[in-house]
Design a protein around this ligand. Structure first.
Ligand SMILES: [Zn+2]
Length: 174
């Protein structure tokens, strides 16, 4: 079963929209959802996932994506190795120390000393996706395929997998 928490704003990849409404997966109608503002997944409703009245309506985004036309589906999602580098915020020590005060945990790396160095993965039709998301899709979504459609604008790619669908915003579009 897909671990939806990995796609939620409270998951490892965090969120660039810092909002509590999408901190955890939620259920609504016949589905359960998770998003961090950049990636969205929707599966058949799970009884163990509670409703969240303040969560956004993501079906409109999915309907918009469906309306964009015929998608080309990529079944062979490339293996990507996510690169990490020493955290620039704490110079790889995991701590910030102000003069003689007690060191505090670095909030850029959460004390992990390393941060992800984002790389782009190129797909057809000038679509570039962030490596961390390509890896997440490949590792966590069984039978995943990525769907790309011709568009002049930066529009989400579609994701389909055994048991659900999703969307991912590209980094850029030619
Ligand atoms: Zn750090």
């Amino acid at each position: 079963m897909v671990d939806l928490t990995k796609f939620a704003a409270g998951g490892e990849l965090g969120s660039y929209l810092s909002t509590r409404r999408i901190e955890r997966p939620w259920s609504r109608g016949g589905y359960s959802y998770a998003t961090n503002g950049r990636i969205l997944v929707r599966v058949d409703r799970r009884d163990d996932i509670a409703e969240e009245p303040l969560a956004p309506d993501c079906d409109a985004l999915i309907d918009d994506a469906d309306a964009r036309g015929n998608y080309t589906w990529i079944k062979d999602i490339p293996d990507v190795e996510v690169k990490e580098l020493a955290c620039p915020g704490c110079r790889g020590t995991g701590e910030i120390r102000w003069r003689r005060s007690t060191p505090i945990t670095c909030d850029e790396c959460n004390g992990k000393k390393m941060v992800v160095s984002p790389q782009m993965v190129s797909f057809p039709m000038s679509v570039s996706l962030a490596d961390v998301y390509v890896k997440l899709i490949k590792d966590e979504l069984p039978g995943a395929e990525i769907g790309i459609v011709e568009s002049k604008d930066r529009v989400p790619v579609k994701i389909r997998f055994n048991g659900g669908i999703g969307l991912l915003m590209p980094i850029r579009r030619g």
